[in-house]
Ligand binder design. Structure first.
Ligand SMILES: [Zn+2]
Length: 396
């Protein structure tokens, strides 16, 4: 039998982390593919382009005072001396900012992260306008005073206002307290020049999804868990546990006959925590979702604080969730994020499994360096996998 804690440790030990395109991400997908093959599944690992990135905290210095600037993930860096122009509204962005460091605050940053350019799953006219104005401003760099946005950016502080590998202006972010002190300094010395050091760079790379199939794929159940992380987190609860559950499901269903109907497709997808969503798009480019009877997504599950919770999206009233309940999965709140929505938005009935404490985890743990394997309860992972395997078998 698979050693679930050992698998979780291995997924969280890769370096630098599991962000798509990084060596750690490649090591994780190789581990998943190797494990699935050893369990007798037919495995494919389609490759697609992504952008990888590295950055270190930098600083903005005015008159001997310095504030830490966090590079926006997937942005570029910049080092130099320039005036700082504070901007709190779209109207402020329309001024003359050529060569300046634009410091965004107020309503420009209060709404949470801006939707990246070309994000495939939703968009915002306001965000598109702001990003267009920033790129047209001629600014040398854009710094945003942000803070936290738990529902969207997890426990990251400061969140990146623009996390976008296509954004053309060097970008960084400041915590709220630092930002307040910086604005006060600027108010006292409006014409002061500032020195910005923002070390960050990005480059083209590749990543892979892992797909394992058994039985009739023209009528199938998909079990999905994302294997990628945000930069800088071990990603135990988000979403090493989901991948471990996926592997355990593979083991529990390893005896499915080659002509099983419905068939099963296990998908370790590589992009849920990336604005590029490259793994999701690569899957959608070739998958015929009309052939998917049901999708089951595991994300953020297994936190030791409480049971695993399920929520449903467009499933028939007749779908019997007793196999999940029999293995300790309780009814949970709707959670219209993550990979089940990729299926639900296409009209495929979907189920999400996550931790019942997910809303609190989004504040404390998710996307942070604190998301480590000891937060997971292996018994919850075993229960989730048993429940999913039984639910899949019950569809036949
Ligand atoms: Zn996740």
């Amino acid at each position: 039998m698979l050693d679930l804690p050992d698998l979780l440790d291995s997924l969280c030990a890769v370096r630098p982390d599991r962000r798509p395109g990084s060596p750690g991400n490649a090591a994780a997908t190789e581990l998943v593919a190797r494990t699935l093959r050893a369990l007798g599944w037919a495995v494919e690992t389609p490759e697609f382009p992504v952008v990888d990135w590295a950055g270190e905290p930098g600083r903005l210095t005015i008159d001997g005072r310095s504030w830490t600037v966090h590079p926006s993930p997937y942005g570029t860096g910049w080092t130099g001396i320039a005036p700082v122009h504070a901007a709190a509204s779209e109207a402020d962005l329309a001024g003359e900012h050529d060569g300046a460091i634009l410091l965004l605050h107020g309503e420009l940053t209060a709404g949470g992260p801006l939707t990246p350019k070309g994000y495939p799953f939703y968009g915002s006219d306001r965000d598109t306008r702001i990003i267009g104005a920033l790129e047209a401003s001629g600014a040398a760099a854009v710094l945003a005073i942000t803070g936290t946005a738990p529902g969207i950016a997890g426990s990251v502080d400061p969140f990146a206002l623009v996390e976008d590998s296509a954004f053309t202006v060097p970008a960084g972010d400041l915590r709220r307290d630092d930002g307040a002190a910086l604005l006060a300094t600027l108010a006292a010395q409006p014409s002061a020049g500032a020195r910005l050091e923002l070390p960050a760079r990005r480059w083209p790379s590749t990543a892979r999804n892992v797909l394992a199939r058994r039985g009739d794929q023209s009528d199938r159940v998909v079990v999905v868990a994302h294997v990628d992380t945000k930069p800088g987190t071990p990603g135990a609860i988000d979403n090493g546990t989901g991948v471990v559950v996926l592997l355990r499901v593979a083991e529990l269903l390893a005896d499915l006959p080659a002509d099983a109907r419905p068939g099963v497709e296990l998908l370790a997808v590589n992009g849920e925590d990336s604005h590029q969503a490259a793994g999701e798009l690569d899957y959608l480019a070739s998958a015929d979702l009309g052939q998917v009877r049901l999708a089951i997504n595991v994300d953020g599950a297994g936190h030791r604080s409480g049971p695993t919770a399920s929520s449903t999206y467009g499933t028939a009233d007749t779908l019997d969730l007793a196999p999940l309940r029999a293995h300790g999965v309780v009814p949970g709140e709707p959670w219209p994020q993550s990979d089940h929505m990729v299926f639900a938005m296409a009209g495929v009935p979907a189920i999400a499994l996550t931790s019942s404490a997910m809303q609190r985890l989004l504040v404390d743990v998710v996307h942070s360096p604190h998301d480590t394997p000891e937060l997971a309860d292996p018994a919850l992972l075993e229960g989730a996998a048993q429940g999913i395997a039984a639910l899949v078998r019950a569809q036949g």
